[in-house]
Write a protein that binds this ligand. Structure first.
Ligand SMILES: Cc1ncc(COP(=O)(O)O)c(C=O)c1O
Length: 423
């Protein structure tokens, strides 16, 4: 008789399972079971933890779904595969979207590859661009998921970090002294020769937008070194002042530039998974080869409805109005949040330039702080360490889920402040 032990998981997965994201761990602490186990009433918990939006999707978008679902022939079509990079009609409408809202010139369907949201696309993009031994330059702090995505999609690639937050003064360095940050970027570049530089605009968790001179220096240096520059535009539509000129850069003009886009945040399509990459055609063709093995094709219903909605909303001007109205809601929620932080916590924080977040200096090890705060106040914030070493004494506070609930934002921060003064 053949006797064998349990089959094992891959070494890579075992390594990653041994290092779970601290953010996920904290979010697990805030699930219903854990809250009840702590003796808290789930109805009283206020969460600033979620990285999601809570405004309404455009009603015309909902109607586009109703039209497709209500028509037997269209509904039948929505159950079929599309091309691996998405339907050309949808790719062309997306190119028009970015031209219309941000003035990105000379974009065509050939520059667009559609996927199932920017998480899948970023993973597949790392597969497209990186070999073992390559280096990726990220900001510190930046979006916590990149490191895991690099580990899975490009095993053997290394990460170096460009510091953008001074944890001693809580200064966002690129805004305070862009020349110094450019000099540090060039120094790091000289030493590590990264194959890819990636930043978010606005970034998660800082909600800061890298100033144009820094982005320009990155583009010049990466182009000269035959390296890639990728910008994660998941929150591109959420900006509270005029965006910098690089929001209009086009991969038709800059062949080493890649823009990662998501439908999740601007149109509240988080669960209707759709995103796209804008890049020069050879990158898009390579993405097609990877997506043949990862998703086969993006969601057909989402593409059909997106193409229908955009055709209408671009023509009647309602897209611009929708984006402006949404921006006003997030700008208001951001202001309520920082006013309440100043009033109740009185701690250093950043002023959001867009996006859904701010970061606050809690002047102590953040993971323990977050656990104690949840237990004592029923208020959840996210510890900063997962975003980068500069945030190990900081927390991320998200106003995205509470965008329509300013009183809840105020109450949550008042509770936190009251507890902090009592310890
Ligand atoms: C910077 C950034 N990129 C990408 C994503 C994921 O977006 P998607 O829903 O398109 O996968 C997030 C989500 O929080 C994010 O913060």
């Amino acid at each position: 008789m053949h006797v064998s032990g349990s089959p094992t998981l891959s070494v890579l997965v075992r390594e990653q399972l041994a290092h779970p994201s601290p953010i996920r761990q904290i979010m697990k602490m805030a699930d219903r079971q854990s809250i009840l186990a702590m003796g808290l009433d789930p109805a009283q918990v206020i969460s600033f933890g979620g990285g999601w939006v809570n405004h309404a999707a455009p009603d015309a978008f909902r109607q586009a779904y109703a039209e497709v679902i209500g028509d037997p022939a269209l509904f039948h079509r929505s159950g079929g595969y599309t091309a691996t990079l998405g339907e050309l009609e949808c790719r062309e409408q997306i190119a028009r979207f970015d031209a219309h809202l941000f003035g990105v010139p000379r974009l065509a369907g050939e520059h667009i590859g559609i996927g199932l949201g920017s998480t899948q696309l970023t993973h597949d993009l790392f597969r497209v661009l990186l070999d073992p031994g390559d280096t990726v330059m990220l900001l510190d702090p930046t979006y916590a998921n990149y490191e895991g995505q690099i580990a899975f999609a490009a095993p053997g690639a290394r990460v170096v970090r460009l510091r953008v937050l001074d944890p001693d003064t809580w200064t966002y360095l690129p805004a305070a002294d862009s020349q110094r940050v450019i000099a540090e970027f060039n120094q790091l570049f000289d030493v590590h020769q990264p194959r890819l530089v990636l930043f978010g605009a606005p970034d998660n968790p800082t909600s800061q937008i890298l100033p144009h001179p820094v982005a320009e220096a990155m583009l010049e240096r990466t182009a000269a070194a035959s390296a890639w520059l990728a910008i994660d535009f998941a929150y591109k539509c959420q900006h509270f002042a005029s965006p910098p000129p690089y929001y209009a850069w086009s991969p038709a003009d800059h062949h080493n530039l890649i823009a990662i886009h998501s439908n999740s945040k601007w149109a509240r399509g988080l669960g209707r998974r759709l995103g796209w990459i804008e890049a020069a055609p050879p990158v898009i063709d390579a993405l097609e080869r990877v997506q043949q093995c990862s998703i086969l094709c993006p969601d057909t219903l989402s593409q059909m409805t997106m193409a229908r909605y955009l055709a209408k909303a671009l023509a009647d001007g309602s897209l611009c109005r929708y984006v402006e109205d949404t921006n006003a809601q997030y700008a208001h929620a951001a202001q309520v949040t920082i006013d309440a932080i100043d009033e109740h916590l009185g701690l250093p924080r950043l002023t959001p330039a867009g996006g859904l977040y701010t970061v606050v200096d809690v002047r102590t090890e953040a993971e323990a702080f977050v656990r104690h705060a949840l237990q004592a106040t029923g208020v959840l914030v996210v510890p900063g360490g997962g975003f980068g070493a500069s945030l190990s004494h900081g927390v991320r506070i998200s106003y995205g889920p509470l965008v329509t609930m300013p009183d809840t934002i105020r109450e949550g921060l008042a509770r936190l402040g009251h507890w902090m003064r009592s310890i």
